[in-house]
Design a protein around this ligand. Sequence first.
Ligand SMILES: Cc1cc2nc3c(=O)[nH]c(=O)nc-3n(C[C@H](O)[C@H](O)[C@H](O)COP(=O)(O)O)c2cc1C
Ligand code: SF4
Length: 545
Amino acid sequence: MANKNIRSLSFRKELDDNLFENITDLSHKNASKSEFQELAKRFMIDDSVVAATASFYDFTRESNRNKKIHVCSGTACMVANTQNSLYKNLENHFDPEEIGHAACVGRCHTNNAFMYNDNTYSANNENELGSIIDNKKYQENNYNIGCNTTPILTAEIEDITAFYQLAEVHKNNPKQVIQEIKTSNLRGRGGAGFPFWFKLDAVISAPLNNLSKESQKYIVCNADEGDPGAYSDMYLMEHQPHKVLFGMYMAGLTVGANTGILYIRGEYPDSIRIVGEAISALKEKKLIGDFKFKIIRGQGSYVCGEETALLSSIEGLRPEVRVRPPYPAQYGLFGKPTVLSNVETFANIHWILQNGGEAYAALGTKQSTGTKLVSLDSFFNSPGIYEIEMGTPLKTIFDEFGKGLKSDIKAFQIGGPLGGIVPSDKIKDLTLDFESLNSNGFLLGHASVVSIPKDFPMIQFLEHLLEFTADESCGKCYPCRIGSFRGMEMLQKAQKEGYKIDHQLFEDLLETLEIGSLCALGGGIPLPVKNALQYFKEELKQYFT
Ligand SMILES: Cc1cc2nc3c(=O)[nH]c(=O)nc-3n(C[C@H](O)[C@H](O)[C@H](O)COP(=O)(O)O)c2cc1C
Ligand code: SF4
């Protein structure tokens, strides 16, 4: 109850004078303690609430906020082994204390990635680095783009005005919109594969709770794309922003919400700029009536991709995962009914309404319809973003689009840190859909592919996964808060001190994480670890009793 009261106080100004943005601004200008206290007073909340938020994020916490440059600490750069040499080169230009880190910046196709002056870059050598730092040379984030079927997400939009006209056709018919989306069987692309129509339906019928004096509802786009190795949402925001914005606008017209919020990760500065420009163009052309869009810039946190943590983040609270129910559709942003979905999910809506749900359902498999964007990393000869019809064999994608691999790869991490570790020889048995990966003990997730080279020690990869979980844990439940650290320590000691991990103890730890965690961060991390223990038994056995 107390928690609810504190939350509702911070709701007072909602988006117009947003608490999270106020805290972010103060952190970035290194405000004094009394300025933070003043803010807490103005929002009628305790200082500790503001301090808890400011200390949570990569870009607002004191230890990392004043860095001049942030090196990508993502999995793809780690396995490509580019981080150490980049750090070394950067020391020719910066003092070590000026160099910080950022989680994946979406340059998994080239690596050597970093954030500088509100842009992201890749510098393969000292020369390239020099031209970026000394000559301020801007570098476009270029990668291959392709499609093996009817292009839904990758087709160019020829005329924006005509594109938005479709909303006029459907705006007074929410039932039909929901029916088309139901027929299409569009499932959420953020990882869990939840049917999208159900969220629209739930928000339409959500009772307005005490806090909803008026009938405010929200549409929230989860553009936090935290999975290292994934850059498909980044592609959509930077190359197809109107597909995403249209989907949100149409969702708003359908459920009766007049505001859409895009929570975009701070590590994607170009996405923030490009989506902002697309919103301005819509206003200028008067294509969305009085519907409002707002961008909230994430401040560096993986767990903020979890939907309830994301809502707390926008509200300016420490982004701890919330117990569900209530679901965002019932009690969402600022306590209001909220449709919260992934970038790619929203980006499908226009095509479905234009071509009909049946046409969409005719693509892919019965349960996994449509297409999916796949992100391939720099170990592929042709890395990039590919729109692939669901049900396509992974081997076809790797061979025909990735054009094979540059070096010997023993496994692929598919679907981010909570996705599976798929040994190379299993790829031929899998197709790109939720069911194929699930039934083989893996996950589709957001369909990012990070290659693990033959000579990269699997124990080190597992340490990285547990370290990532420990770093990103919101701390709400103890299996994840404590278990991820204990797991990481065991894996570190096993490599450095000749310590043998007790097999039973490690399995108990994984089981506790799996069944005792509140969200899929703690609950999902055992999956890849178990995959590795199963498929790389020989390599790992020296570290266990
Ligand atoms: C730790 C964690 C991180 C997540 N990160 C993301 C993310 O970056 N983007 C995303 O869309 N969903 C993410 N999700 C899933 C969201 O909680 C949610 O299921 C999703 O945004 C719903 O949208 P969809 O139905 O369109 O998939 C994450 C979940 C967890 C547990
Ligand atoms: S599993 Fe981890 S991230 Fe999820 S609620 Fe528990 S502590 Fe937070």
